[in-house]
Ligand binder design. Sequence first.
Ligand code: UDP
Ligand code: MG
Length: 311
Amino acid sequence: MLIQKPLISIIIPLYNEEKMFHQLTERITNLLDSFEPSTQVVMVNDGSIDQTKYLMEILSAKDPRYKSVFLSRNHGHQLAVSAGLFCADATEAVMIIDGDLQDPPELIADFYEKLKEGYDVIYAIRKNRKEGFLLRSAFWAYYRIQKMLSNYDIPMDVGDFCMISKRVRDIIISMPEESRYLRGMRSWIGFKQYGYEYDRGERQAGQSKYSIGKRIQIGMNGIFNFSKVPIRAMYLLGFVSILISIFYLILLIYLKYTSHNLPDGYITLIFAISFFSGVQLITIGLVGEYVYRTYNQVRQRPLFIIDKVVN
Ligand code: UDP
Ligand code: MG
């Protein structure tokens, strides 16, 4: 147990990272030994089925700067980080890193300096990536589509690697939404944010713990939690469909009376199909609008966040 609360907490989610563990913790221990502000590490075991949990227990018993949090089962990266945020004792700042050393923990000094300059969020922008061409292209396209669709300005090519102030940490843990996209929530909160460019390295050992399914899930969170464009697109499609049907009707009536032989019932049939498709799309969009509003209400994000009040 730490008697005095640390200034900074470093959160590391770990899922079957036994191959990474020694390398990771050795590097972080070296860093902590030379880093002045008092710092705690919060390791979160996300239901690992390998030796990770025992390694964590041994380390926490040896070094009180390492706090270990054990989740009851695998909850996924975003929830593991959320649990870490919840358990962090820091009084000034929280840093979030991956457990595979793709995010250099040594940037803590630079991030903390920025925090001291008055930034509440310092997020890391990936200048380049070490993943294969296909995955890299998919990430590239995803972040651009997300930016296009998003109602808020979520920066591109950023992950969860960041440092946030204590007050931003407090706001994030007060947001009870269950499908979490932390990098989106972080930028939604506002305040002064700083993008820090860095080279994202390769995973140092073991395999990526993100399956395709998990990546699609988090990608969908990133779009649907921050955008009403998909619902609005339904209205638009509906209106376009109705407009086309009306033009089509006029065109066919014109053709019928200018000597073209059209089979009986053809005009009515085509018109009815496209017109009522449009009507249906608009009605679904309407229902969607209510669903979206209900969703906004039930996820209970704070209505506003006050930076400061004078007098
Ligand atoms: N992770 C986790 N739970 C999961 C999947 C991943 O806690 O269900 C952790 C993992 O141990 C690592 C971090 O999240 O510390 C990022 O995962 P990974 O490096 O596998 O993702 P990638 O870099 O391939 O996107
Ligand atoms: Mg990784």
